[in-house]
Design a protein around this ligand. Sequence first.
Ligand SMILES: *[C@@H]1O[C@H](CO)[C@@H](O)[C@H](O)[C@H]1NC(C)=O
Ligand SMILES: *[C@@H]1O[C@H](CO)[C@@H](O)[C@H](O)[C@H]1NC(C)=O
Ligand SMILES: *[C@@H]1O[C@H](CO)[C@@H](O)[C@H](O)[C@H]1NC(C)=O
Ligand SMILES: *[C@@H]1O[C@H](CO)[C@@H](O)[C@H](O)[C@H]1NC(C)=O
Ligand SMILES: *[C@@H]1O[C@H](CO)[C@@H](O)[C@H](O)[C@H]1NC(C)=O
Ligand SMILES: *[C@@H]1O[C@H](CO)[C@@H](O)[C@H](O)[C@H]1NC(C)=O
Ligand SMILES: *[C@@H]1O[C@H](CO)[C@@H](O)[C@H](O)[C@H]1NC(C)=O
Ligand SMILES: *[C@@H]1O[C@H](CO)[C@@H](O)[C@H](O)[C@H]1NC(C)=O
Ligand SMILES: *[C@@H]1O[C@H](CO)[C@@H](O)[C@H](O)[C@H]1NC(C)=O
Length: 891
Amino acid sequence: MKIFLKSLLVFILSRSFAQAVSSNGSLNETELDCQVRALTFRYSQFLQPWRSDLDPLWQTVYDALELDRLCHISFPEIKLQPKFAKAETQQQRKRETPCATAHCIFVDPIAKNDNLASLDGSMTRPYATLAHALRAARVIDRMHQTTIVLRQGVHALEDTIYLGQKDSGLRIQGYPKENVWISGAVTLPSDLSWQPWHHDPHVYWANLTTLLQGRSLPHLPSLFTSDARYVRARYPNGNPETAQWGYSSPDRYKYSLKADDVLEWHRPPPGEIPTFTVVNFKTDPPPGTAMKNDSTHFNVYSTGEGGACSAVWGNAPNYWCSNASSGGWAELERECAVTGQIQIPNGLTYNETSTIGQKLNSYLRNNSEPSLAVGGIIHAWHSQSWAMHMFEIEQHDANASLYFTPGSGSQGARNWCRCDQCGYAAHWCGQYQDPPWNDTRLISGTWMLENVLPELDFPGEYYWDPVQQLLYVYPNSTDTWDDLHFAVLENLVVVDGAISITLQDIGFRHSAATYMSREWSPPSGGDWSMHRGGAVWIRNSENITIDSCLFTRLDGTGIFLSNYTRYISIQHSEFAWMGETAIATLGQTDGYNATRQQFPLATRIEGNVMRELGIYQKQSSAVGHTLAANSVIQNNIIFNTARAGINFNEFMGGGDAVLRNVLWNTCRESGDHGPINSWDRQQYWYGSESWQQQRRKIAFNLIVANYGASEGVDNDDGSSWYHVAHNVFHQAEGFKMDYGGHDSIFEKNTVIAYPHKRPRGSGPKCVAFDSFLPGHGHIVRDNICIVPNQGPEQALVQLAECSNFHGILQRNTYYTPSGQAYLKCNWDSNEAAISLDEASLRFGIEAESTVHKTPLIEEIVALIIATLFPSHPNDADNIDMIFHSGATAME
Ligand SMILES: *[C@@H]1O[C@H](CO)[C@@H](O)[C@H](O)[C@H]1NC(C)=O
Ligand SMILES: *[C@@H]1O[C@H](CO)[C@@H](O)[C@H](O)[C@H]1NC(C)=O
Ligand SMILES: *[C@@H]1O[C@H](CO)[C@@H](O)[C@H](O)[C@H]1NC(C)=O
Ligand SMILES: *[C@@H]1O[C@H](CO)[C@@H](O)[C@H](O)[C@H]1NC(C)=O
Ligand SMILES: *[C@@H]1O[C@H](CO)[C@@H](O)[C@H](O)[C@H]1NC(C)=O
Ligand SMILES: *[C@@H]1O[C@H](CO)[C@@H](O)[C@H](O)[C@H]1NC(C)=O
Ligand SMILES: *[C@@H]1O[C@H](CO)[C@@H](O)[C@H](O)[C@H]1NC(C)=O
Ligand SMILES: *[C@@H]1O[C@H](CO)[C@@H](O)[C@H](O)[C@H]1NC(C)=O
Ligand SMILES: *[C@@H]1O[C@H](CO)[C@@H](O)[C@H](O)[C@H]1NC(C)=O
């Protein structure tokens, strides 16, 4: 690895730094940004050395880092030469022999043999379907000695493949060097009879009734070509793969509609008040459990069940329907819960003179026929861009009103805000009008309409009429007629109750969308609402390995780990163009009681590439970690995500390790979030007091917190027991604690902050902490925080209080243009900031910390490299960080 490091340094230092410092002494931010981007590319190559330098992935990484456009660094210039990458190429990694077990069963999707009886699954007489091979495998007395080998082509599944206890020991793998796909779509036959649509000669329709006979159809079938996604007819037009319409996306009004085109989102009538459960671990711990009193906010397990909440999120116990939820904006949720007044709309009234209003009016027909808007789907952002909510239109009347199907909008866990509840309320809210008036209307973000036939007006769009089973297509070009895939399966492979199954060298594609499923509900104290299911859905199983697989153009989640799982390994795989999350976990507890450990434990997510995620549900991630523990997430390359790259929905047991990942271009469409994000609002009990103390480690990650991201690691509401060390956070705020987080360690990180570049304008702090309870403060030591160019002068350390701080800030190094850094003791007041020396003298805060003038770019680059590759590997905690969880040892 020394060779690698040397080449890394040689490259960086060979760039001219002549432009690094301008005549007025300020640092060239573009040059620094480009140096970090170049490092990000090299670190990605370092983390996945088994990939050949010829792997097309590197070009994708290069493009996503915009090294050409922003930095004029050419691809050959940045790419490591083969001698620096490990010798093993992707091709070599693919199995040389198709089958190394005692029994081998071959499946060839193209093989045509009318005489089924003559097939025996041999190489020369392969079965035609995976289902057939599976039936054969089950009758072989195999003692874990069977491999099903899939030959080149598309294995279009007739139905979901279920692997259970009787399949334990099975391997399913792609034939070496062949392109093998498992698909959830029906390939439309080339002789399908397409008719021109009388309304528009560009559009054709086909009757799929016969083709789909005997199949159960999903809520929302999807249409694909081999390498593109057809778009459900929508307004405004836009390809959801690329048309970003998040809160800070420059083109959002091109691809979506303004919030104020809706005059009013209808609040549902007040319902029954849910049944509340509150278990207070501080005042009234359950029998046999220890008291938990370390957080200022979150020492409680609380839920609401039934009542008004069940109309949207079903009957599962729901944190946000409790009367004791806490944290940012929780007062709003509590008000909804205790009044039974849910704030997820059940309809809307639109402005009839707006463009969308006129369009919607034109969909109305005479009394006997329903409006063409019926069956349409509205996608609307939560007003703080925390989630996408989808609503199905059930009814449309002439009073400019749409009424949603009951249960719509459950895809996010949080209620919407009313005009009079939120300080950030839109300019059209009543309190800003003259004269002001009290305004209880709900606020959305931007929104759009899809799945309506009259909007089938653009190449690449389609519309599915589920009643008559007619598919309408506006083709991109005529040459795609024999390459249309109608996705009808939400789950492709379900592993349930099995031990030791391997899926290797297989591509998975074309699952149906799941965002209109009726089963979305909030599983814990995070902001996420979830639906169980994925292209590969693993539950109640052990030792399942997914290796070198490709998950692409799947409209739901890629891999879903549900309830009890152990030792699930997902490695060397790629996830791209996914409707929701790449890998999601979701365990199950008995209320606060997690002693049965019915959740994913010891999951390994290693060496994967995860990109272009959250095409439909923006509240999604590369890794969505909910009710799981002891996971290792390492050596992954994560970029181009709608929201967080990695999201921890709650703490739950801990002992996870997030090591040596690179993340950039996360939070591209959402805000108030980080590339790695966490909440810890709901408390669980594990039957073992020590477990809670197993820290979640985040180390040696290189994170560019660009787009809407705030901190590199956004330890939001309640997040506690983190150990964040040896990370590099670029364009990030440093370390924050709000609402009752505690007992974390933040050390030896390098943060590069740009005060004047934040979208929210508040400017980053190096440290920002609310109050701690005695003995439970965070420890922040030996970090470097660099502010290359300061915007408005501000305190880089902001605390709620200094005299009763209860935390430790020491030996940190600050770099600012002036060589001065300030600390504020009461962040809400106008009190003047004080110098670090004064803070140290008066409060013992920032003892031994130093402030220097912003260094030269080459010095910053050296600090970054030293952070990721510490020169003293004997340092006990580094060794622990690098080796404890089996992370790849440095050579
Ligand atoms: C210093 O010069 C740079 C580059 O010319 C310019 O962008 C920046 O605004 C200047 N800063 C000040 C404080 O004048
Ligand atoms: C800053 O660096 C960029 C990239 O190296 C360079 O193109 C640009 O000319 C520099 N700007 C100044 C003001 O020196
Ligand atoms: C579609 O095909 C089915 C089965 O052949 C037939 O019953 C139905 O009338 C057809 N629908 C249309 C609109 O042609
Ligand atoms: C349609 O064509 C555009 C432009 O070539 C392309 O970006 C898109 O992926 C195509 N869509 C489909 C469904 O083929
Ligand atoms: C409705 O839309 C029209 C056209 O955009 C606009 O002029 C008018 O102010 C809107 N009305 C309301 C009540 O927002
Ligand atoms: C508006 O709400 C405030 C607070 O609830 C109340 O005091 C006030 O009377 C209300 N004003 C109007 C015009 O209803
Ligand atoms: C499952 O994996 C674990 C960890 O690698 C190992 O200890 C255990 O023996 C494996 N169990 C089986 C049945 O293979
Ligand atoms: C997961 O566990 C819960 C509670 O035991 C159960 O209701 C649910 O059906 C399980 N789901 C699966 C997919 O096994
Ligand atoms: C928690 O669940 C376990 C297993 O079901 C049970 O034995 C135990 O009594 C429960 N403990 C508490 C405190 O609820």
